[in-house]
Design a protein around this ligand. Structure first.
Ligand code: SF4
Ligand code: F3S
Length: 112
């Protein structure tokens, strides 16, 4: 198994999660992060750190699409290990439905 980042990270991107990961397996896109499933050691410490409640174990049902997204983009985006300032409007996006369809960006982030 692995932990994965899901829809509610998009445009919230608080980055608290990267500070606690012992193996630095978060990767940064323009408006969300993903976890590299082959690098994650399933420690679970990042899950309660996310203010947007966007991190889930992939054992939860219905997350197949998100597992694929985490796999795909963790191979393309730069690693991020240091928390950064989130966007001023991050809170406005917390809890919105269908953020993937509305806002997902394939563009890489800036990394550390
Ligand atoms: Fe990192 Fe542990 Fe979260 Fe996996 S579960 S991403 S190893 S903090
Ligand atoms: Fe995203 Fe939550 Fe991390 S919003 S960047 S998974 S702290």
């Amino acid at each position: 198994m692995t932990y994965i980042v899901t829809d509610n990270c998009i445009r919230c991107k608080y980055t608290d999660c990267v500070e606690v990961c012992p193996v630095d397996c978060f990767y940064e896109g323009e408006n969300m992060l993903v976890i590299h499933p082959d690098e994650c050691i399933d420690c679970g410490v990042c899950e309660p750190e996310c203010p947007a409640d966007a991190i889930r174990p992939d054992t939860e049902p219905g997350l197949e699409k998100w597992l694929e997204i985490n796999k795909t983009y963790s191979e393309q985006w730069p690693v991020i290990t240091v928390k950064k300032e989130h966007a001023a409007d991050a809170k406005d996006f917390d809890g919105q439905k269908g953020k993937f369809e509305k806002y997902f960006s394939e563009k890489p982030g800036e990394g550390d």
